[in-house]
Write a protein that binds this ligand. Structure first.
Ligand code: PHE
Length: 453
């Protein structure tokens, strides 16, 4: 019955762009991009990254959004609708967001904990050695913050496409930009940031290698929320009158702009306050160990700046987990013809079941590990390093050789010009599959510790 109702939609292009950019802009932009840029040659990494975004990233994102809009279905049924034998690709794609969501919510809970610490004035305590380790290994605290975070995500998705997701994007994304710009400007005016800015922007050819390209590729994938059905889902809520090519260009700029700004904040700040690139760690320890120290060394202002920083990170994460949850919800609704609230509750149950071992994996359940990886790391590895490249590769084959690029191009042209059409054809058929295969091999080798990326 439900499926016979008109499918929900975003109210227009801006609503769509902000929601999709909300998905793209996330923890990856803030805790991974600056670190990779600093590690892989500063300006040269930036150049490679930008080049990949406007070619490869553009092609994949246009493809996914078009598949969604063309079929009006979530990822689980979009593929089988276009070609009977390809339903399996929808099924694999649908599983990825569920796996990512269950650990992303735990990371979101960590961010929420730091917002709490900074807002309540315990920023100095949060900058002390051992604070982060003690928190993530505590028996129930990480779970409580994770549950709070999941509850926020759940509440927004429950409200639906226009009233929940679109509104969240329209409200949180502009605020995020303002906060990030303010924090960055403040940090850049502090004495001593010049060396860090130079390190971040100057192309250093001696640090350029094939790894630079692979790292940029992998990052682009994750950052643009590709190959996991999200853009297919959001595309299915897009109006036929909204211009796909223009929307994708805007999302690209948004996502890349925020990543660039985050680098401009973090690299010089770490340089100035923690002394050089050796302290520029990756991932969680950059966010939760190094940055609090940076804020502590800013004196009194550090508490305010730090609070603003963690709030903006929370917004970035929230709009990403909303997109992950919506993808799972839309899959369940399409598959089982369920109402939104019912599908939301089922998804919530799944996240809690899968998220709990991630939350407790550093404390109570730290004995639980697979192949030397914690559950959280394992979920991250399986989804990002294995499943996503496989889905992307199959998607290129599907579009390039089964339904043909023409079917995507015609969908794009319903609502506007397709200025990068020639490039699109070449990329989707030849270049993208090669690139994706390279990522797959390198990231599996990297994850297994054979290649050090
Ligand atoms: N794109 C998000 C980021 O940069 C991460 C994300 C990945 C979001 C997968 C949704 C799905 O952090």
């Amino acid at each position: 019955m439900d499926t016979q109702k008109k499918r929900a939609s975003f109210s227009g292009r801006i609503g769509f762009v902000l929601a999709a950019a909300g998905s793209a802009v996330g923890l990856g932009n803030i805790w991974r991009f600056p670190y990779l840029a600093a590690k892989y040659g500063g300006g040269i990494f930036l150049l490679v990254y930008f080049a990949l975004v406007v070619t490869f990233g553009f092609s994949l994102m246009v493809s996914e959004i078009s598949l969604g809009r063309k079929t009006g279905r979530s990822v689980i049924s979009a593929y089988s609708m276009l070609s009977k034998n390809w339903g399996f690709l929808g099924v694999i794609s649908a599983l990825i967001p569920l796996v990512i969501l269950s650990y992303y919510c735990i990371l979101g809970g960590w961010v929420a904990k730091y917002v709490g610490a900074f807002v309540s004035g315990s920023s100095v305590a949060a900058s002390k050695d051992g604070y982060f380790g003690a928190f993530i290994s505590a028996s129930v605290e990480p779970l409580i913050w994770g549950v709070l975070y999941i509850a926020a995500t759940f509440a927004i998705v429950l409200l639906g496409v226009e009233k929940g997701i679109e509104r969240a994007g329209k409200f949180l994304m502009p605020l995020l930009v303002v906060l990030l710009a303010a924090v960055t400007v403040y940090a850049l005016t502090l004495p001593g940031s010049g060396a860090g800015i130079k390190y971040y922007l100057t192309p250093d050819l001696s640090r350029f290698s094939v790894k630079t390209i692979l790292a940029a590729l992998g990052q682009m994938f994750y950052s643009m929320s590709l190959a996991m059905g999200i853009m297919v889902t959001y595309g299915s809520y897009m109006k036929k009158t909204d211009d796909i090519a223009v929307a994708v260009k805007q999302i690209e700029w948004f996502d890349t702009g925020i990543a660039f700004l985050a680098g401009l904040l973090i690299v010089p700040a770490v340089f100035t306050f923690s002394g050089g690139d050796s302290t520029l760690a990756a991932g969680p320890s950059l966010m939760f160990v190094t940055m609090p120290k940076v804020f502590a060394s800013m004196g009194v202002a550090g508490t305010v700046i730090g609070a603003m920083f963690f709030i903006l990170v929370l917004f970035a994460a929230l709009t990403s987990s909303i997109s992950l949850m919506e993808t799972v919800v839309s899959v369940i609704r399409d598959k089982f013809h369920m109402s939104r609230p019912k599908a939301c509750f089922i998804t919530l149950g799944l996240i809690l079941a899968l998220g709990t071992p991630c939350a407790l994996g550093f404390g109570l359940w730290s004995g639980l590990s697979v192949g030397g990886m914690s559950i959280l790391d394992l979920f991250d590895f399986v989804s990002n390093s294995v499943a996503m490249p496989i889905v992307a590769l199959l998607m290129c084959v599907f579009i390039g050789y089964v339904i043909k690029p023409e079917s995507v191009i015609s969908e794009v042209k319903i609502s506007g010009k397709f200025s990068r059409e020639r490039m699109y054809r070449i990329f989707i058929k030849y270049v993208a599959p090669l690139f994706v295969a390279a990522i797959l091999v390198s990231s599996v080798l990297d994850g297994l510790g054979i290649l050090d990326l």
